[in-house]
Design a protein around this ligand. Structure first.
Ligand code: GLA
Length: 389
């Protein structure tokens, strides 16, 4: 959280709408630590809510109009609160409209409108889930404004549906679930079959660096949806080939993949290897954290990246550059891409005492290859979405 952003938002809100906000909520972005593209395959993920996020300020109106302002662009859209429609120019507004639509379907459309504004510090397109943070803080604030009481899981699902139906990305539930279930100093262990989210405490002597490559992060371009379809096709193959029930790739072991990959469509086999291997790595990773073995945990992160690179092909040269550089830096224990892939950020696990030197080394290795350094920030595991005022 950042008091500075909260102050700026309150000032801008008051200047734009001529009164102070009634309610302010906050939702964090997330890093994905282990378990890539496993969420929509009903598998496991270790992730964390981070110390970067978005605030959403709102006050009710007497009429039925909704006014929504992006506090960074100072761009405002207006729409009837009971009938939001997708916007093709102010794309950012669709995340909030989608959440309002989901809440209205569940609780009934509100009669009275609102004035709202949001502002945050998650770099856009960095793979730190700025859109999920926006969905979650909007859902928290609007629920409080109208007296609705969805559970945290319902709020996460409302955000996910906004992505599917209003932004066209068939994402899993990871980003929204991490934003609402995050806990300070802990990772979130998610089981996306039972939808259980448990904190796993994280060793105090290690920390994470996020390295934003600024490479294009193209989830909406269809690469993400295409990967998802391949996984679902592979699950149908295994359901027919194996003699136990397979509802999703979560039900397939690595040994079963090895035994049957030759009978499958070649690309489906390659793609499905990734979530199947990732599930096993997440389960092993939870045990390693319990034993306090951060070094072995870091090795699983490197393996995870290799699996992304080779099987899922959702890495890119910029991310590979960060991960390769990380392997040779003293104090670094692991590194991998984080989130959808195809650009965005890599997450690096490092001994806390070496974090600053490692950050400098990562920047300079990246600049050596690309002329400009990547953006490296220390992130801390933080609490999830909440009402702050
Ligand atoms: C994106 C999606 C998530 C998840 C990750 C990959 O962040 O929004 O649902 O699938 O990619 O693990």
């Amino acid at each position: 959280m950042s008091d500075e952003i909260l102050r700026e938002l309150t000032e801008k809100f008051t200047a734009a709408y001529g009164r102070a906000p009634e309610i302010v909520s906050y939702a964090p972005g997330r890093i994905e630590v282990l378990g890539n593209h496993t969420d929509y395959n009903e598998g496991y993920v270790l992730s964390a809510a981070i110390n970067f996020g978005t605030y959403f300020a709102v006050a009710g109106r007497e009429d039925g109009e909704a006014r929504l302002t992006a506090g960074d662009l100072m761009e405002t859209v207006r729409f009837p609160v009971a009938a939001p429609e997708r916007s093709s120019d102010a794309m950012w507004s669709n995340y909030v409209k989608g959440c309002l639509a989901g809440l209205s379907e569940r609780f009934g459309a509100p009669a009275r409108g609102f004035d709202a504004m949001f502002l945050g510090n998650i770099p856009l397109g960095s793979g730190l889930s700025s859109s999920a943070a926006l969905e979650c803080c909007a859902t928290f604030a609007l629920s409080r404004l109208y007296g609705w009481e969805p559970s945290r899981l319902e709020m996460a699902k409302i955000g996910q549906r906004a992505e599917h139906e209003w932004a066209g990305v068939k994402c899993g539930l990871l980003d929204q679930a991490t934003s609402v279930f995050g806990e300070k100093d802990s990772l979130v262990m998610s089981d996306f079959r039972s939808n259980e989210f448990k904190p796993v405490s994280f060793p105090a002597d290690v920390c994470f660096l996020m390295c934003n490559t600024h490479a294009k992060h193209a989830l909406v371009d269809g690469a993400y949806n295409e990967r998802r379809e391949r996984c679902e096709r592979a699950a149908r193959f295994f359901a027919a080939a194996l003699d136990h029930p397979v509802a999703a790739l979560r039900d397939v072991s690595w040994d079963e993949w090895l035994a049957h990959r030759g009978e499958m469509d070649e690309l489906d086999a390659k793609r499905s290897a990734h979530p199947i291997g990732e599930d096993e790595r997440v389960l092993a990773g939870v045990d390693l954290l319990r034993e306090g073995d951060a070094a072995a945990f870091g090795r699983l992160m490197f393996e995870s990246h290799e699996s992304s690179r080779v099987y899922f092909e959702n890495s890119c040269p910029e991310l590979d550059t960060v991960v390769d550089a990380a392997r040779g830096i003293p104090g670094v224990l692991g590194a991998r891409l984080s989130g959808g892939g195809f650009g965005g950020s890599a997450v690096v696990l490092v001994n806390r005492r070496d974090a600053e030197a490692a950050a400098a080394a990562l920047r300079s290795a990246y600049a050596h290859r690309y002329g400009e350094p990547c953006d490296v920030r220390l992130v801390t595991c933080s609490a999830g979405a909440r009402i702050v005022r």
